[in-house]
Design a binder for this molecule. Structure first.
Ligand SMILES: Cc1cc2nc3c(=O)[nH]c(=O)nc-3n(C[C@H](O)[C@H](O)[C@H](O)COP(=O)(O)OP(=O)(O)OC[C@H]3O[C@@H](n4cnc5c(N)ncnc54)[C@H](O)[C@@H]3O)c2cc1C
Ligand code: FES
Length: 280
């Protein structure tokens, strides 16, 4: 069960352009969070912005000890994240977590390559997963609009020698989207099924799905994606974050029948099987 707790800011520093790294002292959540799960942060003590904001956990340190801390990497896009840039070391903040269902890891018997594809800020939710998969054969593909949007490059470098970068303007790495980049190498994955994990904007995930549909029909890939929906409550109460899925969500038939086809990104997600989502 998630808990609402007070944490303490340990570090809040600008990394590059509009991206910040925030470290929070909160042993209870830090020791329980699983790759792909998220937290909701109250960004202001004042009534505005009222709603908490969802963030993936980038990494945790300190294990289950009383030193336990967690980090988020955030992009300043609006009022809430702008407020967060003002947080100082030692400041108390309020958070809820762990929330949602994270990634399902490959079984121990799985020995083939594992592919991680992150677009923009979405790459953050893949790092904790990559740490848990350390020692396996990882391919990590990171994409962004320009080199300023390429995140966590040095961290991933420590985990794999198969790190590939794409920028849409070509300022570093491959010129094109990260899905275009994946297209150039996907031919080498011809046995399968391969585990593939991805997070990024909806358009990118749609593109990935189009790109993979043929290979998925052949059962070459098992793909899990983490969705970035706008959220109200973050724990399943408001139905403000739903996504249409292919299979009925029988455990939540509380409203009209069609509700059964919708799943909450915050509660049943944010991680779903790629094929489970209705993308059109
Ligand atoms: C499960 C999950 C994990 C996330 N992890 C991270 C993370 O690790 N780092 C990070 O920087 N952000 C992450 N986000 C997105 C983050 O929650 C939003 O950027 C944040 O809520 C914006 O708050 P704001 O008050 O600054 O912006 P607002 O003032 O609320 O909005 C500013 C602009 O951003 C757009 N926007 C806001 N939220 C989203 C969203 N979820 N998806 C697409 N567009 C949005 C709005 O449409 C608007 O144009 C995550 C979202 C989800 C659902
Ligand atoms: S944000 Fe309220 S149900 Fe998902």
């Amino acid at each position: 069960m998630p808990r609402q707790l007070n944490g303490k800011v340990l570090k809040n520093k600008n990394l590059q352009s509009c991206y910040y790294l925030l470290e929070i002292y909160c042993p209870w959540i830090a020791s329980r969070i699983k790759p792909g799960q998220f937290i909701m942060l109250r960004t202001s003590e004042h009534p505005y912005p009222l709603l908490r904001r969802p963030f993936s956990v980038f990494y945790t340190r300190g294990g289950s000890s009383s030193e336990g801390r967690l980090a988020i990497l955030y992009k300043v896009v609006g009022k809430g994240t702008q407020k967060m840039t003002e947080w100082k070391e030692g400041q108390k903040i309020n958070l809820i977590g762990p929330l949602g269902n994270g990634f399902t890891l490959p079984p121990h018997s799985y020995s083939s390559e594992i592919i991680l594809i992150g677009g923009g800020i979405g790459v953050v939710s893949l790092y904790l997963l990559a740490e848990r998969l350390k020692g396996r054969e990882l391919y990590v593909l990171i994409g962004g609009k320009t080199q300023e949007d390429i995140l966590c490059r040095n961290e991933f470098k420590k985990l794999t020698s198969n790190l590939l970068i794409a920028t849409e303007d070509g300022s570093t790495g491959f010129r094109g989207t990260v899905v275009d980049l994946f297209s150039t190498i996907k031919g080498k994955f011809n046995r399968g099924p391969y585990y593939l994990y991805s997070c990024g904007p909806m358009e990118m995930l749609k593109d990935l799905r189009r790109n993979l549909s043929f290979r998925m029909a052949e059962k070459k890939f098992v793909a899990q994606v983490s969705l970035e929906a706008r959220m109200g409550c973050g724990f399943g109460a408001c139905w403000g974050c739903v996504v249409k899925t292919r299979t009925p969500n029988l455990s939540h038939r509380v409203g009209p029948d069609s509700v059964g086809l919708y799943q909450r990104v915050c509660k049943e997600g944010p991680v779903f099987n790629l094929e489970e989502i209705v993308w059109d």
